[in-house]
Write a protein that binds this ligand. Structure first.
Ligand SMILES: [Zn+2]
Length: 310
């Protein structure tokens, strides 16, 4: 795919010679989607440390300078990366941002393991993992919206329009790259549907409540999460209720995440006899750039399929 993106850039490079844009981004998958549309014409900078917990991050001075020097910032939005909401105030007044969660037609979904209950009404065991979430500072809207490639496809168009506004001479490059990205994302979705088709009925347990978008798009049965949507440490009551749900629903697989200590996952797995896998919703172990996003989504599907096969 990288070859294809470079090819478009080479073919159209003669068309324009503006100063390259520098785009600051908050998350590896956002950096990847921006890279898909920019090609070689500009630079998409990741502000946070790849592999850090994006819910609880603080910019170092050098990273804050990257933000201050950027022509624009493309990010999920304050629901996901509140640290960037605060830091954004340091940007030049003329540096407009694009918050992807605010793009028209973006699909919004509630958290799966939230006090409001499961999104799928056929999963009627959710009441067992209710607890008092009222003291937590997250709304019912799950901001991990990049895990649905349909959103990524909507955003690729929004990124194209945003970059074209800032760099009109690059319009043809951005349009060609966005079209290619959209095709890549459609093929990716088809591939994941096929990978996960045999496993719709078998529930899984995840580390943090980040998978509602992926689960709804690909019909994955998420029985529960160890940690809430902001990856904060769970209460003892929540863990005990989760164990009940796992036993009742017969989940066979539980998934750790690279950014988080796997101790709790391993403990539950060994107590209840579950198989373990790793899900990397942030692409923290993948190389940054245009190939990261498809590899992230495909990697999650492969990891689920591998564990479910047993
Ligand atoms: Zn998260």
């Amino acid at each position: 795919m990288r070859l294809a993106f470079s090819l478009v850039s080479v073919l159209l490079a003669g068309a324009a010679h503006a100063a390259p844009l520098t785009v600051a981004t908050d998350l590896p998958p956002v950096q990847s989607l921006v890279s898909m549309v920019m090609g070689d014409r500009g630079e998409a900078v990741l502000l946070m440390d790849q592999g850090a917990d994006p819910h609880h991050f603080q910019l170092r001075p050098s990273q804050a300078r990257n933000l201050a020097n950027a022509d624009t910032v493309i990010w999920m939005g304050p629901e996901m990366t509140v640290w960037l909401d605060q830091a954004r105030q340091s940007m030049r007044a003329d540096a407009n941002d694009l918050a992807l969660l605010e793009v028209a037609d973006t699909i919004h979904r509630p958290y799966v393991d939230h006090a409001g209950g499961m999104e799928h009404d056929d999963h009627d065991h959710q009441e067992h993992i209710h607890e008092d979430h009222d003291d937590h500072v997250h709304s019912g809207d799950d901001p991990h919206a990049w895990l649905d490639p349909s959103n990524a496809r909507i955003w690729v168009d929004a990124i194209e329009h945003h970059l074209t506004e800032l760099d009109p001479e690059g319009a043809a490059i951005y349009a060609a790259n966005a079209k290619l990205a959209s095709e890549t994302l459609t093929a990716l979705s088809d591939q994941v549907v096929a990978t996960l088709a045999p496993y719709h009925e078998q529930p899984i347990v995840v580390f943090h409540d980040a998978y509602g978008h992926f689960a709804a798009r690909f019909d994955v049965n998420v029985a529960g999460a160890i940690a809430l949507g902001d990856a904060a440490a769970p209460s003892a009551a929540h863990l005990s209720q989760l164990r009940d749900v796992i036993s009742e629903r017969g989940a066979a697989c539980i998934f750790a995440e690279p950014q988080h200590n796997p101790a709790m996952v391993q403990q539950i797995a060994s107590d209840l006899g579950l198989r373990t896998g790793v899900l990397d919703p942030m692409g923290s172990s993948l190389e940054l750039g245009p190939d990261l996003y498809p590899a992230l989504i495909r990697g999650m599907a492969d990891s689920i399929a591998t564990c479910q096969k047993g």
